[in-house]
Design a protein around this ligand. Structure first.
Ligand code: HEM
Length: 475
């Protein structure tokens, strides 16, 4: 027996009572190695660019083609976040912070963070200085031991530290147990969320029956640990806060709480904890994961690596202090990094968004509160938009004179009002780490490593199948 779909709802598999199309999606995700592949296969099967599913009680629509993706990302009606159990769990029970909120709370918190990160040097010279300090450390470690490097694990502390300094005013030394604890928590967290695969969102009552199996207990434990972790740092800041103290985001937020917060509702400790979490969750794994893919692709395409190094030598030599603004001097290097983000984007599916009121998308009607997923994977890999889309070809971003050409179909940081808040930090860090490391080292596969593969590990963020790299000093 099938369930009735709302009138003019986008096409998709049948809805079975109780589970909707959840079983079909899970089956395909397992079979094809990721939800993004499963969703794309369903879109192909139903010959549609707008796919309609029912997952538990939730109406879920995924968009695949550039025009629909663009419309969803830029039309305010899709600016909401779903009010489901899973997102509540993600933001520690209350809808606080930036990523999970909408409306007034979202705009006041996002604007505050945007403004103050910029005042702290985000996107400017001070941020580049922090990144350069982290690079200096990475290079000195490579000099003493460049073998058997797991790129993601190796670079994650440095990326985390850049965000950490902006938020807390201090960096954490690599060998500090605090850093390890924090990285472990993020790691367990992404595994815990992945493990539930959204099942808890569709069937929240499962937490009462099978709290261990459903991942609920693990998520709760990680949430409590993360909250305690940030609360401790916030409390330390509160004890040392005085008017005029503004050297990091936490002090600035406390100043807002103390001085400008009329009723205490908008700017409070709960919001601040969530903002810290939002920035780390959204920023750390995505940025170091992109670098992980970039170096893996250099291992797999040594000719591309060689050309990158030739450009670096030609335009920067050995001693030029490279800045992010210098990227335009070396268009091939920029093209490589754009192609990395197209070919292996760390966020194949973005969202979820919530339809704020009944609306029309193309020929379909989407009821209020429909959840929307956006397949950047499909936009970035469609042969409709990219010649030889399945090939890694940096030249696609260069014209016949070797100058960079933009392509509006490449949208790794999203579009519109909810586009990535950390884009400038991510792009700067990726460019500077990539160029500075390849200026000094050639990356190859470590002799004990598994052969590199184009396959990815599915998860909240996509990552390469584990490989170990060897960094050989260039003569
Ligand atoms: C390569 C690295 C990164 C990629 C590919 C990336 C990509 C994205 C994308 C596609 C979105 C939009 C989600 C949507 O439309 O629903 C987003 C949102 C966001 N990003 Fe990033 N991001 C990266 C790094 C960062 C960094 C370094 C930070 C901060 C330090 C950050 C903070 C955020 C936040 C807070 C949001 C939520 C914005 C909102 O809901 O209004 N991201 N990111």
């Amino acid at each position: 027996k099938q369930m009735q779909k709302p009138p003019n709802f986008p096409p998709g598999p049948v809805w079975l009572p109780f589970v909707g199309s959840l079983y079909e999606l899970k089956r395909l995700s397992k079979l094809l190695g990721g939800q993004h592949h499963a969703l794309q296969a369903l879109a192909q099967k139903y010959k549609t660019d707008v796919l309609g599913l029912k997952l538990g009680n939730e109406h879920v629509v995924t968009v695949f083609s550039y025009p629909f993706v663009r419309e969803v990302l830029t039309n305010d009606v899709y600016d909401g976040r779903p009010d489901n159990f899973f997102l509540k769990l993600r933001c520690l029970g209350k809808k606080n912070g930036i990523t999970c909120t909408e409306g007034e709370t979202w705009s006041s918190q996002r604007n505050f963070v945007n403004r103050h990160l910029r005042n702290l040097g985000f996107g400017k010279k001070p941020m580049e200085v922090m990144i350069r300090d982290e690079i200096a450390e990475v290079l000195s470690i490579l000099q003493s031991n460049g073998c058997n490097v797991s790129v993601d694990k190796f670079l994650a502390p440095s990326i985390l530290n850049v965000i950490w300094v902006l938020i807390t005013g201090e960096r954490i030394p690599r060998e500090d147990s605090l850093l390890k604890e924090l990285l472990d928590l993020f790691h367990i967290r992404s595994r815990a969320f992945d493990m539930t695969g959204g099942t808890l969102s569709q069937y929240p009552w499962l937490r009462h029956i099978v709290p261990e199996w459903s991942g609920y207990n693990l998520i709760q434990k990680v949430n409590t640990n993360m909250k305690d972790f940030f609360m401790k740092i916030i409390r330390e800041h509160q004890q040392t806060w005085e008017e005029g103290k503004n050297e990091d985001l936490i002090y600035r937020y406390i100043s807002e709480m103390q001085l400008n917060n009329k009723n205490g509702e908008d700017f409070n400790e709960d919001q601040l904890v969530m903002i810290c979490l939002d920035l780390f969750i959204a920023g750390a794994q995505t940025t170091s994961g992109t670098l992980d893919f970039a170096f893996l692709l250099m291992v797999m395409y040594p000719d591309v690596q060689k050309r990158v190094q030739e450009e670096i030598d030609k335009y920067f030599g050995k001693n030029w202090v490279i800045e992010y603004a210098d990227r335009h001097k070396a268009p091939y290097v920029e093209a490589v990094l754009l192609e990395v983000m197209r070919f292996r984007h760390v966020l194949p599916i973005i969202g979820p968004r919530r339809v704020m009121h009944d609306t029309v998308l193309g020929e379909y009607v989407l009821p209020k509160d429909t959840t929307i997923l956006i397949s950047l994977y499909s936009v970035h890999n469609s042969s409709k938009y990219w010649k030889n889309s399945e090939s890694f070809m940096p030249e696609r971003f260069l014209d016949e004179n070797g100058s960079l050409i933009a392509n509006e179909k490449l949208i790794p940081f999203g579009l519109g009002r909810r586009r990535c808040l950390g884009e400038i930090l991510a792009k700067t860090a990726i460019f500077m780490f990539f160029v500075e490391i390849l200026r000094k080292y050639t990356v190859t596969l470590s002799p004990d490593s598994e052969a590199p593969t184009a396959r990815c590990l599915p998860g909240i963020t996509l990552s390469p199948v584990h490989y170990s790299a060897k960094f050989v000093e260039r003569s």
